[in-house]
Design a protein around this ligand. Structure first.
Ligand code: CU
Length: 469
């Protein structure tokens, strides 16, 4: 599957050999790049060299192994075209790092000296900017401003000390519009060296990037000129139901780190719990500035750390609160048909076009259960089947699964929550009394000068045309 285990074996052999005096030539060789071939969530990479720390888990992602070279942590990133499975049955042709988009998460400890080799296998120049880091200016990765562009086929070396603990990311600073629209980005976590007054120890630590793509149904490559009208809203380049659940044990202190690499804001919302924002890409927030939230807006280019105690058992939705961001590839030119009875016209059309289907006269949930013919390689618009039927979601949606018996360090999916008897919403089968209607007691503050001549009820149909979110 992935070659991490082999790499670690090789890496530890290499370092064992290294201490036994190896030629400078061998030591100068690049670390072997590690390539990931699946979009599954890899277990946390427990460090076997350097200072210990509690590693993060990257949903549908992985952490890049390193080698220790005379006290320096060495990583090798390869910028290259990748095929990313965004959900089952839907593959996108993106650009990324080391086989996937986003690239692997990089985890280091405050005070570590880090050396990152970046090999460019793209058809155009690139560079890597280490978003949020304190570093020498020449290591900041801005093409033309702080360094030469990395030409195709070339490898550059970045080296700096990870001075500030916290939540960071990396992405190109060369032809950014194209390269970020194509999926080039990755997470970076710097763990604190010692106990930090503002950084709590947690039992579970997750990280993901918010990203968006515009891929026409039936095609594979994102349109890179899109500014607002994206049709795929993803976490770590996955769309629901392709996003793995966040599996924790009841009572766990949980930290979720999120970075926004899209071109709009995302109000990230958690059910059943309150969280605080314990940090940003600027560092941990002062304790006095933390207040309880169930939704926090993450603006473009921002990163946030959400922290909470997962004390409520269950399967809790965790999603972006913009309703268009929990749907997949959809045409935007669909008029609202709710309340429109077009049975008669549908009958006439069906005689001409047998496959004709009327969409959405009772809302659009029906579409989630309908077997609609879709072009090959298209993510279903709203999907995901839960224990009670269709979830009717897509895009930026996942589930926090809180269980009594989830073992510490076990991130595997425990399956659906078994609700205790009497704790599920149920159908009322008794008589329905007529509703008692309240008499309005409100008055307008400023009465109209003239009485309206007649009651007007407006029937609105939204205009057809391009829509922004
Ligand atoms: Cu959103």
């Amino acid at each position: 599957m992935n070659s991490r285990r082999n790499f670690l074996k090789t890496a530890s052999i290499a370092s064992a050999v290294a201490t036994a005096a190896v030629s400078r030539v061998a030591m100068a060789a690049l670390p072997e790049p590690v390539i990931q071939t699946t979009p599954t969530t890899m277990p946390p990479l427990v460090p076997n060299t350097g200072r210990p720390y509690n590693p993060v888990v990257t949903p549908n992602g992985w952490t890049l192994p390193w080698r220790m070279n005379q006290g320096v942590k060495e990583f090798h990133l390869v910028a290259e075209p990748v095929v990313r499975e965004m959900c089952e049955g839907f593959k996108a042709h993106l650009w990324g790092y080391n086989g996937q988009s986003p690239g692997p998460t990089i985890e280091v400890v405050e005070g570590d000296r880090v050396r990152i080799f970046v090999t460019n296998k793209l058809p155009e120049v690139t560079s890597v900017h280490w978003h949020g880091q304190r570093l020498p200016n020449g290591m900041d990765g801005v093409t033309g401003l702080t360094q030469k562009a990395i030409e195709p086929g070339k490898t550059y070396v970045y080296e700096f000390v990870a001075r500030r603990p916290g939540t960071f990311m990396y992405h190109p600073h060369a032809d950014e519009m194209v390269q970020m629209a194509m999926g080039m980005m990755g997470f970076w976590v710097t763990h604190p060296k010692n106990k930090h007054p503002l950084i709590d120890e947690v039992d579970r630590d997750f990280c993901f990037l918010l990203n968006s793509y515009d891929i026409e149904p039936g095609s594979y490559t994102p349109k890179i000129m899109t500014m607002v009208d994206f049709n795929l809203w993803s976490w770590n380049s996955r769309v629901f139901p392709g996003i793995d659940s966040f599996n924790v044990r009841q009572g766990d202190k949980v930290r979720i780190r999120v970075g926004n690499v899209t071109m709009t804001n995302h109000p990230i919302h958690l059910h059943g719990h309150e969280f605080v924002v314990s940090g940003t890409d600027g560092g941990p927030t002062p304790k006095a500035s933390r207040w309880p939230e169930v939704t926090t807006d993450i603006a473009v280019g921002q990163m946030r750390q959400l922290e909470f105690v997962a004390d409520e058992l269950g399967d809790w939705s965790f999603h972006c609160h913009k309703s268009h961001h929990t749907m997949n590839a959809m045409g935007h030119n669909v008029p609202t048909m709710i309340g429109v009875d077009h049975r008669s016209i549908a009958k006439k059309i069906t005689s001409l076009i047998p496959d004709y289907m009327v969409m959405g006269e009772r809302g659009m949930h029906d579409m989630t259960e309908m077997e609609m013919p879709l072009p090959d390689n298209t993510a279903p618009m709203m999907a995901g089947t839960g224990p009670f039927g269709s979830v009717g979601m897509g895009g930026m949606f996942s589930v926090l699964k809180v269980r009594k018996d989830q073992k510490p360090g076990d991130y595997t999916d425990p399956g659906w929550y078994q609700h205790p008897p009497g704790e599920i919403a149920f159908e009322w089968t008794g008589a329905l009394p007529d509703p008692a209607r309240f008499k309005s007691e409100s008055h307008s503050s400023m009465p109209r000068a003239t009485k309206p001549k007649q009651e007007i009820e407006v029937q609105i149909r939204k205009p057809v045309g391009p829509m922004s979110h």
